[in-house]
Design a protein around this ligand. Structure first.
Ligand code: GLA
Length: 389
């Protein structure tokens, strides 16, 4: 159990780069994220409320010899040549490199030859957006070596296109956009249609605790695609461009008898958009208890209407809600496995949220037989590039 996440991915990436290729010219970091509320709303043009976590994926980089292929090394995995024989773990970097290459060529900019050493402190498969962080870090690395200025929204769009190409489904933009644009100390309300981002400082006297159930699920892509397809069908049956355009659950009544599945899924999305906006208002009013209550409602809706929770996530949420100081708890991210998130009263002082962490660790391990990983997280800044030398 830890209260402050620790990670030295930056030091590891730099050391690996020195060992293989010499001094890096720059270091790019891209954080993981946790979403506080607004789940499965982004691909419906709706509202999300994520923040960046103190875990980073880091790329230490330098120029490669002109006329050669770019090369990537990742700790624990090995090395590969971009555009060559790409191993499974390198597919996100390769696809980002292809899309970024297209982008540079369209702008009349030469595609750079570069060498990148990758290290990460983001737990993978835990719903903390490790893949978005790799995409964002890769876009920024290539842009840096090409001397190409790029806005956070465009960085995020390229990452989203990578996911769409690899999953074969139109995914949302939340993960990449918060990774590229987060503001330290704040969660950001993002309008996923206008891509307008409004940072909201976290309520005073609270802590955000990320709770890893230690469960991982493969093959969730087909479930994700199915949810998205059902939402798109519901919007089309209702004659609107996206479920974002429906303001009230009552307006879904026409779906109820003939299309009960579309009705259930759309009911979640419409109410969840309203909850994300209400949470932002509560945050502005400093009403942490109301934010927590909305988070609880969000989880119940994801479990009952959207069917993307799991036994472990439900149990973790129940345990968290019963633990000292909890204001609200819910699953976070796509679902089916991985992490939940809680908003916890933090009275400060040396104890802080320790009683909450101790009780959740005890009760979850008693239930599952596995010690969960728990992190009390500060909200961090989005991705950045540091020039060395
Ligand atoms: C995954 C996707 C996001 C979003 C969430 C659910 O994390 O990558 O775009 O759809 O699921 O809110």
């Amino acid at each position: 159990m830890s209260t402050e996440p620790v990670g030295d991915a930056r030091a590891r990436a730099v050391a690996a780069h020195r060992a293989h290729w010499g001094e890096p010219a720059a270091v790019v970091r891209a954080p993981g994220r946790v979403n506080l509320i607004g789940e499965h709303t982004d691909y419906n043009d709706g509202f999300v409320f994520p923040m960046a976590l103190p875990f980073d994926t880091v790329i230490a980089l330098s120029d490669g010899p002109p006329g050669t292929d770019s090369e990537i090394r990742s700790e624990g995995y090995g090395a590969f040549t971009l555009d060559g024989d790409v191993p499974d773990w390198g597919i996100y970097i390769q696809t980002t490199h292809e899309l970024m290459g297209d982008r540079l060529r369209r702008a009349g900019v030469d595609v750079p030859v570069w060498r990148g050493s990758v290290a990460t402190d983001i737990p993978t498969g835990a719903s903390l957006s490790s893949s978005a962080a790799v995409e964002v870090a890769t876009v920024l690395s290539i842009a840096d070596r090409a001397g190409f200025g790029i806005e956070p929204v465009d960085v995020a769009r390229i990452g989203q296109q990578v996911e769409t190409r690899l999953l074969g489904v139109a995914t949302g933009i939340m993960d990449q956009l918060i990774c590229a644009s987060a503001v330290a100390g704040s969660a950001s309300l993002i309008d996923c249609r206008s891509l307008h981002i409004t940072p909201h400082p976290l309520p005073a006297g609270t802590a955000v605790v990320v709770m890893d159930t230690m469960t991982r699920r493969e093959l969730v892509d087909s479930e994700f695609s199915a949810r998205a397809a059902t939402c798109f069908r519901a919007a089309s049956l209702l004659g609107v461009p996206a479920l974002r355009d429906i303001d009230e659950v009552a307006a879904l009544a026409s779906l109820a008898s003939e299309h009960p599945l579309e009705h259930r899924r759309a009911s979640h999305v419409v109410a969840e958009n309203a909850r994300a906006l209400a949470a932002a208002a509560a945050m502005r009013a400093g009403d942490a208890a109301e934010v927590g209550r909305l988070m609880n409602e969000s989880h119940d809706s994801l479990r009952d209407l959207y069917a993307v929770s799991s036994e472990a996530l439900d149990r973790m949420v129940e345990i968290a809600r019963a633990a000292p100081g909890c204001l609200g708890a819910r699953m976070t991210g796509g679902g089916f496995a991985g992490c939940a998130v809680a908003l916890v009263r933090d009275p400060g002082g040396s104890a802080g949220v320790e009683p909450f962490l101790a009780e959740v660790a005890r009760a979850y391990e008693a239930w599952s037989g596995v010690a969960p990983r728990l992190w009390s997280c500060r909200a961090m800044a989005g991705a950045s590039v540091e020039q060395l030398g």
